[in-house]
Write a protein that binds this ligand. Structure first.
Ligand SMILES: Cc1cc2nc3c(=O)[nH]c(=O)nc-3n(C[C@H](O)[C@H](O)[C@H](O)COP(=O)(O)OP(=O)(O)OC[C@H]3O[C@@H](n4cnc5c(N)ncnc54)[C@H](O)[C@@H]3O)c2cc1C
Length: 443
């Protein structure tokens, strides 16, 4: 497999490999950021999707189905897909690595979109091009589905050394990549002492999942007789969502291991001396899972589509139309998944979950298909559902469900239903949920 084959994988198209003479595959002598990445294929619209995670891969599948002559190109920097859902269970060996980590070529070939393994480096909306590490690509419609970035600069300013030290020594693995392996290694190497785990300020990726991680880590330490204390530093005044379910788990299952500290906003982190200052006190630690604030992925910033807060400063998230998921500044650019900004005065952001990203990926594909057909776009809203394991043996879970509707003024309203009673019944539903989602865009 030569480099060109590896980088550019198109199922039916010019740069796709086997069907073309070798000369057609030869890379330019020098690849610069202005090298044109791919010729267009077919007469249909070209839709470029930046980010092949839950939202991006879902959109790619449904665009190809709903607009059969579309030229759909998915740009993803990771060579393989890592799932956030189930990754806490993977951390404690309830599922294995093959459960989380998947080949991306199979769905690209199955659904007929072009997958390019590259890093998105810029978006020039005036020219309708995306700049990547391997050249530029033009689009008719653009979908930004890059997920989140860890905003270490909120803690360390320009001190990239401190940020990198923190990321490598105290990884959180909230961005899906090989950091997950580092997190697991550090978790398994831990022989005892105090672990600090902080939650980012809301909104952040998968709000109930840090508590799930704390519970499963505590369960693992308990059954393996590792003398660990886990301190959860939570900027919120109480555990949420599924607060009662989590509080019961902390109290009844892990009373000597987990301490939840509310109103603990991080003020200062000293990763070298393992010390953290918060609004609820200062803490020393032997190990930590450190999470700086979450923000929309770099590509949304590069596209100039970040919203502003009441103070006029960037609020960190994409400024979007809450019903159609287009950028407010550019109706040919859609934002899917966790990068989306505020959608409602009532509840703020949609939960930053894989369930929502998957749902919005489908909705946006439908919206683009309706536009391409010259129809009016009918607004459709997502739902949300998250299962969280709090006990490893017997396996028990709690869950949270959200429903959405539009009020007569067009405002999105949310109803939240917490399932606080931990039960084994939810475990089967959780595994059925993940199978259904993976079947939808991966297998
Ligand atoms: C521990 C944990 C547990 C979770 N549990 C659940 C759960 O039980 N249920 C649930 O619904 N959700 C859960 N989530 C949340 C879920 O993982 C995210 O909400 C979901 O992945 C969001 O999808 P997305 O498409 O927006 O982002 P992602 O899935 O993160 O995809 C973004 C993609 O963009 C790529 N990308 C970013 N920048 C670039 C670039 N410059 N160039 C090229 N590619 C780029 C990334 O590599 C990534 O593949 C969990 C998350 C974590 C971390």
């Amino acid at each position: 497999m030569n480099r060109r084959h590896f980088l550019l994988t198109a199922p039916t198209v010019a740069l796709g490999a086997a069907s073309l003479p070798a000369t057609a595959l030869a890379a330019p002598a020098v690849i610069t950021s202005s090298t044109q990445l791919l010729p267009r294929r077919g007469k249909g619209p070209r839709i470029v999707i930046c980010g092949g995670g839950w939202g991006g891969m879902t959109a790619a599948r449904y665009l190809r189905e709903l607009i059969p002559d579309s030229d759909v190109v998915l740009l993803e920097r990771n060579p393989t897909f890592w799932s956030g859902p189930m990754s806490n269970k993977w951390l404690v060996d309830i599922v294995d690595t093959d459960f989380l980590n998947h080949d991306m070529l199979h769905p690209a070939n199955k659904y007929g979109y072009t997958l390019v393994n590259t890093n998105v480096m810029g978006v020039e909306r005036d020219k309708k091009i995306v700049r990547t590490a391997h050249g530029t690509i033009d689009y008719d419609y653009l979908i930004l589905s890059g997920g989140i970035r860890n905003a270490y600069d909120a803690w360390f300013g320009d001190d990239v050394g401190a940020a990198e030290y923190t990321r490598t020594h105290f990884p959180n693995a909230y961005e899906p990549n090989s950091e997950m392996l580092q997190l697991k290694k550090k978790f398994k190497d831990f022989k005892g002492g105090t672990i600090v785990m902080n939650l980012p300020p809301p909104p952040h990726r998968c709000p109930p999942s840090p508590y799930e991680r704390a519970c499963l880590m505590a369960w693992y330490y308990k059954v393996n007789n590792i003398p660990a204390k886990i301190i959860i530093l939570d900027p919120k005044p109480m555990v949420a969502p599924i607060g009662e379910g989590y509080r019961a788990a902390f109290r009844e299952l892990y009373p000597d291991i987990i301490t939840h500290v509310p109103n603990a906003t991080v003020k200062e982190v000293d990763p070298y001396n393992k010390h953290i200052k918060t609004t609820a006190g200062d803490f020393d630690f032997d190990h930590a899972v450190l999470m700086p604030p979450h923000q929309a992925a770099d590509m949304v910033w590069q596209a100039g589509l970040i919203g502003t807060g009441p103070d006029g400063k960037p609020n960190g998230w994409a400024d979007i139309d809450p019903r159609f998921f287009t950028a407010n500044a550019d109706e040919d650019v859609y934002v899917v998944g966790d990068a989306m900004g505020m959608v409602s005065e009532q509840f703020g952001h949609y939960p930053k979950s894989a369930h929502v990203a998957n749902a919005i990926g489908k909705i946006v594909a439908k919206n683009i298909a309706e536009r391409v057909e010259g129809k009016d776009v009918t607004p459709v809203l997502p739902d949300n559902l998250c299962y969280m394991m709090v006990n490893g043996d017997p396996q028990e879970e709690i869950s949270v469900e959200f429903e959405y509707e539009l009020d007569p003024n067009g405002m999105v309203l949310q109803t939240q239903i917490d399932m606080d009673v931990r039960t084994n019944d939810l475990v089967a539903l959780d595994f059925a949920w993940i199978k259904g989602r993976f079947d939808d865009f991966l297998f």
